[in-house]
Design a protein around this ligand. Structure first.
Ligand code: ZN
Length: 81
């Protein structure tokens, strides 16, 4: 059972974050299939609260589940619950 990487968080992860040191980007992608020590799995809540290190940006490359035939580029809005 996979869990969010944050200490004491027991939610299941919703996405995977990778740190691109060269580009100074925190890259969010859909949850990867297998846990990988190079990446960090985070739950929805911690993704929403994700604060990048100073000088870094968060790039959200997650894809939405296909809801309709829309092919708009993903300037995804955060979903707040
Ligand atoms: Zn969490």
């Amino acid at each position: 059972m996979r869990r969010c990487a944050k200490t004491r968080c027991e939610r299941s992860p919703a996405a995977t974050a990778s740190l691109l040191y060269g580009a100074r980007e925190v890259c969010l992608v859909d949850l990867i299939r297998e846990p990988d020590p190079r990446f960090v799995d985070l739950c929805d809540e911690h993704i929403d609260r994700l604060i990048p290190p100073i000088g870094w940006v968060v790039r959200d490359d997650r894809t939405d589940p296909p809801a309709d035939a829309s092919e708009l580029p993903r300037g995804r809005e955060r979903i707040h619950r």
